[in-house]
Design a protein around this ligand. Structure first.
Ligand code: DX5
Ligand code: ZN
Length: 222
């Protein structure tokens, strides 16, 4: 077991929320550490969600930190625009970035945390030397594109490798996982070294999303 030294964070994904009532849906996750916002363009992934105008409205509607997960092509062009809206963290996919080091630096220059995501089948090895450019590494535990999929246990060894690499650098970089996180899977990911947990359906399918957040946190405390 290689638990992270960081305090675990729960980031509910509003992909599973009611898009016609986003302000109300934000109020149901008032105890979240951040709001995870999935931006999809129907090119990088076969699904389409929301973009800059909606994120701008979310920014105005909440004081919770915004964790933007870009599942889009042309990340180099668009990611800095989300940082300019005042989002606390912007995640681009390694598979979609032409120049990930330059892009990470552009995000930090715009006062956003810089985060990079890897799809389940993307290896971490070729990115190890640039980890110091990042504030967070997102390891997808489902193929990106849709909520409600099953957690892929095959990602657990990569989480362990990421944990070790991050610890070797001093442990400041968050290790986030996204996809299939629920009461049954979260401890496996935490034991492998994840410290930041995105949960969509596990939070919003609950009658009381704030209680679901507390339930996930409670599991991590034991
Ligand atoms: C999927 C998204 C996830 C999604 C997770 O591509 O990146 O953030 O909302 O949903 P669950 O927690 O239901 O797997
Ligand atoms: Zn996501």
């Amino acid at each position: 077991m290689t638990p992270s030294p960081r305090t675990p964070c729960i980031h509910p994904s509003i992909l599973s929320a009611d898009f016609a009532n986003l302000e109300r849906e934000l109020s149901r996750i008032s105890t979240a550490d951040a709001v995870h916002v999935d931006v999809m363009d129907n090119h990088f992934v076969p699904n389409l969600t929301l973009g800059l105008p909606v994120v701008e409205s979310l920014r105005a509607a909440t004081d919770l930190p915004l964790d933007i997960h870009l599942m889009i092509e042309d990340a180099d062009v668009w990611a800095p625009r989300y940082a300019e809206l005042g989002c606390e963290s912007v995640t681009f996919h390694a598979e979609a970035a032409q120049a990930p080091i330059r892009l990470a630096r552009e995000l930090r220059a715009r006062h956003s945390s810089a985060a990079m995501a890897l799809k389940p089948a993307t290896g971490i090895e070729s990115y190890l030397d640039m980890l110091g450019e990042l504030d967070m590494l997102l390891l997808m535990t489902v193929e990106p594109g849709f909520g409600g999929q099953s957690f892929l246990d095959l990602v657990l060894p990569k989480i362990r490798r990421a944990r070790k690499a991050v610890d070797d650098l001093g442990g400041e970089i968050a290790v986030q996982i996204d996809g299939g996180v629920n009461a049954e899977t979260i401890l496996r990911a935490a034991d492998a070294g994840a410290d930041t947990f995105v949960a969509g359906s596990a939070v919003y399918a609950a009658e009381d999303p704030d209680a679901a957040i507390a339930g996930l946190r409670g599991l991590l405390e034991h």
